[in-house]
Design a binder for this molecule. Sequence first.
Ligand SMILES: [Zn+2]
Length: 533
Amino acid sequence: MEAIVLVNGNIITLDPSKPRAGAIAIGDDRIIGVGTNEEMLSVAGKNARIIDLEGRTVLPGLSDSHVHLIEYGLMLSSASLDVREARSIDEIKTMVGRRAKETPQEVWITGHGWDTTVLAERRPPNRWDLDEAAPDNPVMITDMGGHLCSVNSIALKLANIGKGGESPPGGKIDKDPDTGEPTGILRETAASTVEEMVTYSDEDLTTALSFALHEAIGYGITSVHCIVHSPQDIRVFQKLLIRDELPLRVYLMISASLLPHLTGLGLRTGFGNPKLKIGAIKVMLDGSIEGYTAYLTQPYEEEPDNLGIPWLSNEELLDIVSEAHETGFQLAIHAIGDRAIHMALDSIETALEKTQRMDHRHRIEHASLLDEKSVRRMRNLEVIASVQPNFISHNMDWMLEPIGSARATKLGERYRTLIDAGVKVTAGSDCPADSTMNPLVGIQSAVTRQGFVPEERITIEEAISLYTINSAYASFEERSRGSIEVGKLADLVVLSNDPLVIPTDEIGDIKVDMTIVNGEIVYTSKGFQQPGI
Ligand SMILES: [Zn+2]
């Protein structure tokens, strides 16, 4: 491959020994030089391809530390309905009704993204709403956070959920208080049992995944930590890798249900190649705040008997954590409520007491509600916080209503506190559990917080680190990527504006002009066509 030189740039390297530069030289998959135009032209040699950045800003490629690309891709490819923009249950019914007309009877209709905080009715769609829209197909529509779903009567019947049915451990079947009939709202593990009934072909999933991957590179994303649930999910990633259609790096966060298979083969975190790796074991420990299922120390505001729903008992959690810890896996434990976070830390602490392991880099995904003690414990146990700043890019009703403003402002999304305490923090979108995968929107909201507890704001440089070098650290890759340094993999993003210079409330609108992964240009915007590209 010919060398590439990027010249006339405003290059933010995140390398403390050389924070700024004007040019970068790339040879094959690596950065071979960082410096001035003249220096880099001579490093790359006469035959190098020269790209004139015309003053544009370059950052290390952006990394999304928590994303569900397959689920998002199913929406982008229209295999699954995208109801995130719906503002009433009627709108959702219209969309489902339209889909029912073009779907053979008995074939599942799925969708994602209802959000009671924006629906006019301020309640989830129930079985009777969905029955009206699609009487002859099973229907399942998940909420924005992906922890709850609404299903119709046919789906309930297929799942054997009737009047007498009890809620499964770690889940809840909502029932009408007068009649005892299931309402069609299923929470946590009750929702997963229905989700598991819906199947797609490999071809549907590869198509879906391609849609999501293409959107990602358009946002300057060069690496993702992607959650996968099944052997099929892993297989479709491999298919794309073999076809050379994986435009970015993928670090798989694999559902704990597959842990026995992985340990059975002797695999551990890091197996794979620089493009596709087995990453962490993903453990679900609680739900979401907006679904009233995050596991709390004190009950929800309007529901004095509800502390949320832990998916696992202490013993079950410790079994998984110990096995993963002892077999060389990184753990990524989904814990949102303050109580779930302590439970996760208890299990990690116990596993570490039994088996010391240097540099385990276990992570807590979301870590949304943190008391002082949990912050201290995270630092002492060297646990990474994997947060989602784009959750605070819009109104905060999803947190304020369920737990009240006093608790939300005391415990919620504490990035400043975490960083000051010395906890390593990385960031991701959790897309499609949030509206966008765009990391620049995440950077903007970590910096501005839209007024939500402004004391927890972080600096622009810190926010960029969360999506670059810290994300690389969270996947054990900080020596090979995450900053612009000689010898590192050439993963870069070219931006239309400098996030450090433009007004902070415009960072999310910055355009990505070019994305480079592994020394290859994988995306170029229409406005930045270069001769010879
Ligand atoms: Zn998630």
